[in-house]
Design a protein around this ligand. Structure first.
Ligand code: KG4
Ligand code: ZN
Length: 334
């Protein structure tokens, strides 16, 4: 049957899938990086009662959600699977059971339609959130990647090439520090956005929290978390209730300072003209305000999504049909 002009414009689409943690996500982008659909189904409510992601629960939920989420993305983009020419999927790092659901779904879709499949590293996905329309960023640039699983300073030279790692966290990731801090403060999960919200009404100078100074361009957040633990322990329940916004603001300030300080140092060290910030913590309002000259990932692309995975697939190495059937997921990069 003849296709309408409108439908034909949908040719060559990239389908992205992301299931590395607690978001089941599917997206469709055009060959030049325009987002046509970006569906994210968060499982946060499901995990909130446990105060963190329960891997087995996440895997089972991904299994239930992955097909409806792909269908939703196709209908939002007014597209069909026949319009898709490449499937990109997060292969790691992340929760292995969760990743396997996305990888199996991607393989099935690609294999059934004889399409190539591009395995995407989740970290490259976050960086590729900067390559989407309407304001795609061209390397070279320095990139601060701050998420729940990673805190890294990356030297990005080319879109399709793995970036150089200039610094990383020696213990907790920045997002993890936010989440653990929120837990100590009796806030909900995920904690970053909660601390961000509460900090707006608090005094960031009220508590003196240490910013760990480790050599080079690495980060360390575990001491900060312990400092918050002691501060909370020293307060009566009534005092804690009253001072919670001050604690949140002071704690957030310490994390943001550590991130900003190291990012500036790295930019000076490699002589970067452009600095970019990506990952869930890039949604933090104080961090965004503290780096006014930086290119910030759009808010809706900071936390996990599949548009960034499709974007990375656009510049990645696709495996032609049917060579990907034995493709495996990996839990960690090492
Ligand atoms: O990139 P992401 O969605 O998942 C990982 O790859 O880890 O990042 C999630 C992290 C969580 O730790 C969450 O608390 C944090 O990003 N986050 C924030 C904010 N929104 C999300 N941290 C600080 N301020 C926010 N507004
Ligand atoms: Zn992520």
């Amino acid at each position: 049957m003849a296709r309408s002009g409108a439908a034909r414009r949908r040719d060559g689409l990239i389908l992205g899938l992301e299931t590395s943690c607690d978001e089941t996500a599917a997206a469709l982008i055009s060959p030049d990086g325009e987002i046509l659909a970006n569906v994210v189904s968060s499982q946060a409510d499901l995990h909130a009662r446990y105060g963190g992601v329960v891997p087995e629960v996440a895997s089972r939920r991904h299994l239930e959600l992955v097909t409806p989420v792909v269908r939703d993305a196709l209908s939002t983009a007014k597209a069909e699977l026949g319009d898709v020419e490449l499937v990109g999927v997060t292969a790691g790092p992340g929760l292995i059971g969760a990743l396997l659901v996305g990888v199996a779904a991607a393989k099935s879709i690609a294999w059934a339609r004889r399409l190539p499949l591009c395995p995407v590293d989740h970290l490259h996905g976050h960086v590729a959130s900067l390559y989407l329309q309407p304001d795609p960023l061209e390397p070279p640039f320095l990139c601060l990647l701050a998420s729940g699983g990673h805190t890294m300073l990356l030297d990005v030279q080319e879109r399709g090439r793995a970036p150089g790692i200039l610094g990383t966290t020696l213990d907790d990731a920045a997002g993890e520090a936010f989440d653990k801090g929120a837990r100590l403060l009796g806030l909900g999960y995920p904690g970053g956005a909660e601390i961000d919200r509460l900090a707006r009404t608090g005094d960031a100078e009220a508590f003196e929290f240490p910013v760990a100074r480790v050599p080079g361009l690495d980060f360390s957040f575990s001491g900060l978390k312990t400092a918050l633990l002691y501060a909370v322990r020293d307060l009566s329940p009534e005092e804690l209730e009253r001072r919670r916004p001050d604690l949140a603001a002071s704690y957030q300030r310490a994390i943001v300072r550590a991130l900003v300080e190291r990012t500036r140092l790295a930019a000076a060290k490699i002589g970067a003209d452009v600095t970019a910030v990506v990952g869930g913590v890039a949604a933090n309002s104080e961090l965004r305000a503290s780096l006014p000259d930086a290119v910030l990932a759009p808010l809706e692309l900071c936390t996990d999504n599949a548009a960034m995975i499709a974007s990375a697939a656009r510049f990645g190495g696709p495996i032609p049909y049917p060579g990907y059937l034995a493709l495996d997921a990996y839990a960690s990069s090492a």
